[in-house]
Design a protein around this ligand. Structure first.
Ligand code: SAH
Length: 392
């Protein structure tokens, strides 16, 4: 079965971009069912790559192999998973009590699959129908390669609509965890709730940024805005911050954060339930000041049409944070919208600094931890940015 491209549309796929959008497709031969293997060919019939078909997605074919005649079978996926595991071993992220992103979708040549490891549990998340259909096989392979206690499935809302898959959250293999499990990150312990936590239970992508930001926290009054289970807050507290306040809008997140503070015996941390925009506003009115502020909001821009509004959101957060920072204060401004680039985030900060008449020095321009690799063929998967700056 073949998917034929329009003339002049083959270039990105020779460059190994894995997403074939419907607009590039001239013809579909052989009537593939959704999830079936297909060859992608140029308008002259020349083989380009092999992938999985989905008539229900704007991404009509996701590509996995550039070798002609290579079946996308069990051996193929075992190979890909092994390569992903080897990278995490190389990065020294396979400590049994620790966590890491084991498979990062396009970054690991497995578009539509992420696998997070939390100690000896694995959480799979599918964003592609073709791999979602193969979930039992993929879970079996991971079981064979890593012998986890259990493999769990979580699905992001909205994916059903984009991809035409409906998957039930729950256990795929092995045991079901009884309550939250404990993960060790940079020597701190975090509870992770596989069944009910946000995303797959924890934000592994910020591991190195938490450590880096905490290096600047000693002796300071710290605000961790959008704190979830307290990742930045607890790192800052352990690094000797004078006082730490975490703010989040979710009661479930704050319950986790408070338990995590207790678990690590960190007492100078408080968690507060509020909308961050209102909370920052009120603190400005009250004349409060901080020595370090972390802004780690959720993704504001899901599609291009929402970009302007999202930018206004980030700008407002940065502007409020600058007003709250004392001289020589540190701002860590994070952004996980793929549509907003590092350049755009820096531009916003420049504008906000100029309006607030503050001098801002960029100290670091950071991304996610290395277990979130970016394929140069698919730079779109570089989503997380973290600017660390000093404000004078
Ligand atoms: N910094 C966290 C991850 C943040 S995820 C970490 O290191 O793990 C984003 C968080 O923002 C979520 O916990 C969500 O509950 C919270 N959130 C989203 N919108 C919010 C708002 N307007 N006010 C307060 N919290 C919000």
């Amino acid at each position: 079965m073949r998917v034929v491209l329009h003339p002049k549309r083959a270039r990105p796929f020779h460059g190994r971009h894995p997403w074939v959008f419907a607009g590039a497709v001239a013809d579909v031969e052989g009537d593939p069912a959704d999830g079936d293997e297909v060859d992608l060919v140029s308008h002259t019939g020349q083989f380009i790559a092999r992938g999985l078909y989905n008539s229900q997605s704007k991404i009509r074919v996701r590509l996995y192999s550039w070798t002609e005649g290579q079946p996308l079978d069990r051996d193929f996926f075992r190979d890909r998973l092994q390569a992903a595991i080897r990278l995490r071993e190389l990065l020294n992220l396979m400590h049994p009590q620790g966590g890491c992103r084991l498979v990062f979708s396009e970054g690991d040549g497995l578009s539509g699959l992420t696998v997070d490891r939390y100690a000896d549990w694995l959480v799979l998340q599918f964003t592609a129908l073709g791999l979602g259909q193969r979930r039992e096989m993929l879970a079996e392979l991971l079981d064979e390669l890593l012998r986890p206690r259990g493999v769990y499935l979580r699905t992001e809302r909205g994916i059903g609509q984009l991809e035409g898959i409906s998957l039930q959250d729950g256990r795929l293999r092995g045991e079901s965890p009884q309550g939250p499990i404990v993960l060790v990150e940079n020597g701190l312990r975090f509870q992770v709730n596989l069944a009910e936590g946000q995303k797959t239970g924890y934000y592994l992508d910020q591991r190195d940024n938490r450590q880096e930001v905490a290096r600047l926290a000693a002796g300071r009054r710290v605000l961790d805005a959008f704190c979830y289970s307290g990742g930045f807050a607890l790192h800052a507290a352990r690094a000797g911050a004078a006082e730490v306040i975490g703010v989040d809008g979710s009661e479930a997140a704050l319950t986790l954060a408070r338990e995590n503070a207790r678990l690590n015996e960190l007492s100078q941390v408080q968690f507060h339930k509020a909308d961050v925009f209102d909370d920052l506003d009120q603190r400005v009115q009250r004349g409060e000041t901080f020595g370090l502020i972390v802004l780690d909001p959720p993704k504001f821009a899901r599609r291009k049409s929402a970009l302007d509004e999202a930018l206004r959101g980030y700008r407002r957060l940065q502007s409020l944070a600058l007003r709250l920072l004392e001289p020589d204060g540190i701002l860590a401004s994070c952004c996980c919208s793929g549509l907003i680039t590092l350049d755009m985030l820096e531009q916003l900060l420049a504008q906000v600094a100029s309006e607030g008449r503050r001098e801002v020095q960029l100290l670091q321009r950071r991304g996610p931890s290395a277990d979130h690799p970016v394929s140069v063929a698919c730079l779109e998967s570089h989503y997380l940015k973290c600017l660390i700056a000093r404000v004078r």
